[in-house]
Design a protein around this ligand. Structure first.
Ligand code: LLP
Length: 427
């Protein structure tokens, strides 16, 4: 567990005041009472602060911050980032549709992912997106074919796999040989030469992304060196790269991790780019988790305390369908009561109502709680609701955005009827 000295994940926007947890100016017990549980609440100021660190780090440069919306694709959150000047990194036609519905600009959208369909390519081309991040030679051919058919040139970057170890969980490490992402470093120059010859394509940049929840600077600096070497080799063949895309991946505080701040990271990266003569290129980045992760919490009510022979269980009303990261990655999320009680703590596994042993939110947590208490599961702004499901026909939770003392409902709690709307009974 995090040492008591480490800051509360989400601080200072998540903080203790008047003996209970608050998000910005709002008491979390109040939120739970008003909107019910499970409830996801996000701090607007925390998101804008996180974005501000990137904006500060890239100030004075040509740069586009493309929010990797897979982390949290609620329309209101997209709207917030669009209004703050962000572009978007999308990975499906559905995500592009969300960007447009939220008022985002197509010409600031980049489209990543290893399995784009012809239909998705056509829609994105017609919408006028900024760039396709192409991940294989086969995809290059298909995109060329689609572009020629619809009479547009597709702007492309190739996603290059720099073979750098991001030193993160194997499921979320993407920049090493042996995973499905990107074109290998060795094949990149030939792939660019080939792309440059395809009439339906316009080569505009180069892209990489080495993984997620990266907490060290080293892998970024190594990646930058590898990519800049490649840029030199590619440009020596006569292909020009207008933009350099360094992906996302910066980590957050779940249990006391201290990843570099975005502005500090970019100061180091820009020093390297400047030293090698690339500081004036248009830069693109794709941060997801680091913009929203620590801004969000999940409020959940304790339903039952169940003592066991070898373990005690704290059964809550949120589950793996709302918050799948512990079940999927054994991920740690800090959990505490929104109104601390005095008394001796008991060690519990905090589990949900879903019929799976894998349905747990936290293991071996020392809590002083009673049934009816509300717990905050911290650092749940990224990859929680977005990866959620309706398993066990559980309604998706409500979501609110907190702005100072104001609360905006940004997603209504689902109903069973919402869930089966697309289903059809037999005649
Ligand atoms: N760009 C690309 C091409 C990506 O694949 C990703 C994340 C990002 C950007 C954003 O990475 P971020 O800044 O959020 O680290 N579900 C996992 C994380 C999966 C990340 C997938 N790709 C989790 O909950 O930890």
């Amino acid at each position: 567990m995090a040492s008591s000295a480490s800051p509360l994940p989400g601080a200072p926007y998540l903080h203790h005041a008047h003996g209970e947890l608050h998000l910005e100016g709002v008491a979390l017990s109040q939120l739970a009472l008003q909107y019910g549980t499970p409830l996801f609440a996000y701090s607007k100021a925390a998101m804008l602060h996180a974005l501000g660190a990137y904006q500060k780090g890239l100030a004075g440069r040509k740069a586009t911050i493309c929010y990797a919306m897979k982390a949290n694709s609620n329309l209101a959150i997209l709207q917030l980032f669009a209004r703050a000047g962000c572009g978007f990194d999308v990975v499906s036609g559905g995500e592009l549709a969300r960007v447009l519905a939220a008022g985002g600009r197509a010409d600031q959208v980049i489209f990543s992912g290893v399995g784009k369909t012809r239909q998705e390519m056509e829609h994105a081309l017609k919408a006028g997106i900024a760039c396709f991040n192409v991940e294989s030679l086969a995809e290059l051919e298909v995109l060329n074919e689609v572009a020629l058919r619809v009479g547009r040139r597709a702007p492309v970057s190739l996603r290059v796999n720099p073979n750098v170890d991001a030193k993160t969980h194997p499921y979320i490490s993407t920049g090493l040989k042996g995973n499905k992402f990107g074109i290998s470093h060795e094949d990149a120059v030939a792939a660019y030469v080939h792309a440059g010859q395809l009439q339906g394509l316009e080569v505009v940049g180069i892209d990489c992304h080495i993984g997620s929840q990266i907490t060290e600077v080293g892998p970024y600096l190594d990646t930058a060196d590898r990519i800049l070497d490649l840029v030199q080799a590619i440009e020596a063949t006569g292909v020009t790269l207008k933009h350099l895309d360094f992906g996302g991946g910066l980590g957050i505080n779940y249990r006391g991790e201290q990843p570099p701040q975005a502005d500090a990271l970019w100061a180091l990266l820009l020093a390297k780019l400047d030293a090698r003569g690339f500081g004036q290129r248009h830069l693109v980045i794709e941060p997801g988790r680091s913009l929203v992760g620590n801004a969000g919490i999940c409020l959940t009510e304790v339903l039952y305390l169940k003592p066991g022979e070898t373990k005690h269980f704290c059964i809550v009303d949120a589950a793996m369908n709302d918050l799948p990261r512990p079940a999927m990655y054994q991920a740690h999320h800090h959990i505490e009561a929104v109104r601390p009680r005095s008394g001796a703590a008991v060690t519990y596994d905090v589990v949900g109502p879903v019929c799976e042993s894998g349905d747990w939110l936290g293991r071996d947590r020392d809590l002083t709680v009673q049934a009816g208490d509300v717990l905050a599961v911290c650092s749940t702004g990224a990859y929680c609701v977005a990866m959620g499901s309706n398993y066990n026909t559980r309604n998706r939770p409500a979501e609110v955005l907190v702005d100072g003392n104001q609360v905006h409902l940004i997603r209504q709690r689902e109903t069973p009827q919402d869930q089966w709307r697309q289903e059809v009974l037999l005649p």
